[in-house]
Design a protein around this ligand. Structure first.
Ligand code: SF4
Length: 474
């Protein structure tokens, strides 16, 4: 699929405190979070005295060779994996950001997007601050450095009170790890523990955007960093403070619909459960007579399992995905129709021929990919194609860390019937807003942001100039 016809997350962060191979655990954690960003990755480690960093463009497994990791040997580490649009891919903006400040060396890794960074940056620059990157994360670093508070945790709390928007942060000094979430808890951040074994005197404390990172490094999930909380880990002690308390939670529901891995626990809830519920709810709300339920792999698979269970229509892998497709591929000069989609997805003719198919996906962005997939399925002999989407139409851009091609959102400009006509399906239905919230357990442990489906944003200030240029996204 063409990359601009999908939503892009954001970033993944990981932090490791007190492990003899912290850099390797950070590397493995980033590998498990690779789906959250594939443009660049970085690790900063500390041996207790000195911070060392390595950042590069590309995938985690390619960047961190044995040789690179041996130079990062440390007992503390934080890591970051990043997505950005093409013009914004500069290594300069890769994270973690490592700076020397009047409060010592600190490294920061950020998932989310600040909505008032532009205003703060202009103010700081007019007062003489010099910025090295065009990333909004650097605003946080400057605010920490300029804070009049005497201790690092106090300076962080002071800085975090001044920024608005989405941030799940891991921050490291030479001998401490800090983890914080914005008061609305837009982005996830989980805390886990590896119990001390023979030879290790103390437990290892870990943080990650998703718990799938814990599974790979043998850590047990303990709890989420709470909205508005700053956790400090130092010398065997974990302390917590709430730098902000008075805001209603609005965690990103799209993490459950689409971004997070189904094997993760996000906002205290198994993503698998939500995603299967979304499919079941969709079967209730938008039933259709058909022979097969077919997912658009991989992201539509779990919702399709739910739709099949809810409707009683058999689930089949009618589209096979090729997992080895790089970013660009050489096309024969005699151009092949729907080449980009065909590279990734191939229909199984023996399953689809003569069948009425319910096709399940988790979003329609521009509609161009859906149109090609519907055409592929018909081309393989399906007699009917009924498209079902496991969330409501996406009508508004996200200002909180998700890359939304706002001008190209098909649902912002067309009715459901017009979209159906455009993609060439026999019928098209989206899940309702209430159905989506119910499927994701709204109110049980979490209240969700649903702004990209409603246009009602939970933050008051949105400094659009800051957010829309690709250079400031994370
Ligand atoms: S606007 Fe949409 S994608 Fe962005 S945080 Fe809210 S629910 Fe998530």
């Amino acid at each position: 699929m063409h990359s601009s016809d999908k939503f892009h997350d954001e970033c993944g962060v990981v932090a490791i405190f007190a492990h003899p191979e912290a850099e390797k655990l950070a590397y493995l954690g980033l590998h498990a979070l690779q789906h959250r960003g594939q443009e660049s990755a970085g690790i900063v480690s500390s041996d207790g005295l000195t911070l060392r960093q390595h950042k590069a463009m590309g995938l985690v497994a390619d960047i961190f060779t044995e040789d690179v990791l041996s130079r990062l040997r440390g007992s503390l580490a934080i890591g970051h994996t990043r997505y950005s649009t093409a013009g914004d891919s500069a290594l300069l903006n890769a994270q973690p950001i490592l700076v020397q400040s009047n409060k010592g060396a600190i490294a920061v890794a950020h998932n989310g997007n600040l909505v008032n960074a532009h205003t703060i940056r202009q103010r700081l620059e007019s007062q003489g601050s010099i910025f090295q990157t065009n990333s909004d994360t650097e605003v946080i670093v400057h605010l920490i450095a300029l804070s009049r508070e005497q201790t690092l945790p106090d300076a962080m709390a002071d800085a975090l009170r001044r920024v608005e928007g989405a941030f799940s942060l891991v921050i490291m000094s030479a001998d401490r790890i800090f983890a914080a979430r914005d008061p609305r808890g837009f982005r996830p951040l989980a805390m886990g523990r590896i119990r001390a074994t023979e030879g290790h005197t103390r437990d290892t404390i870990v943080f990650a955007s998703e718990t799938c990172a814990f599974d790979l490094i043998g850590a047990a999930y303990e709890r989420d960093v709470k909205p508005g909380e700053l956790v400090v880990v130092e010398a065997g002690e974990i302390t917590s403070r709430f730098y902000s308390t008075s805001t209603a939670q609005s965690s990103c529901i799209f993490e459950h619909v689409y971004f997070s891995r189904p094997d993760s626990v996000v906002f205290g809830r198994a993503v698998q459960t939500s995603r299967e519920n979304l499919g079941r709810q969709l079967a209730l709300e938008a039933p259709v007579e058909a022979d097969l339920v077919v997912p658009v792999p991989d992201s539509g698979v779990t919702a399709a399992v739910g739709y099949s269970a809810g409707s009683g229509i058999p689930f089949r892998f009618g589209l096979i995905r090729n997992h080895y497709v790089g970013r660009t591929f050489i096309e024969p000069s005699q151009s092949v129709r729907d080449f980009g989609v065909k590279l990734k997805l191939n229909p199984v003719r023996s399953l689809l021929e003569g069948k009425r198919v319910v096709l399940i996906d988790d979003s329609i962005v521009r509609g161009t990919t859906s149109r090609k997939i519907v055409r592929l399925i018909r081309g393989a002999g399906a007699t009917q194609v009924h498209m079902r989407i496991s969330c409501p139409p996406t009508i508004s851009p996200c200002y909180y860390g998700v890359d939304t091609p706002s001008k190209k959102l098909i649902a912002a400009n067309k009715s459901v019937e017009e979209i159906r006509e455009y993609i060439g399906a026999d019928s098209l239905a989206y899940l309702s807003l209430d159905g989506m919230k119910k499927a994701c357990g709204e109110g049980a442990k979490t209240s969700y942001c649903t702004a990209c489906y409603t246009g009602n944003y939970p933050t008051e200030i949105i400094d659009v100039e800051e957010i829309l240029p690709a250079a400031t996204r994370r």
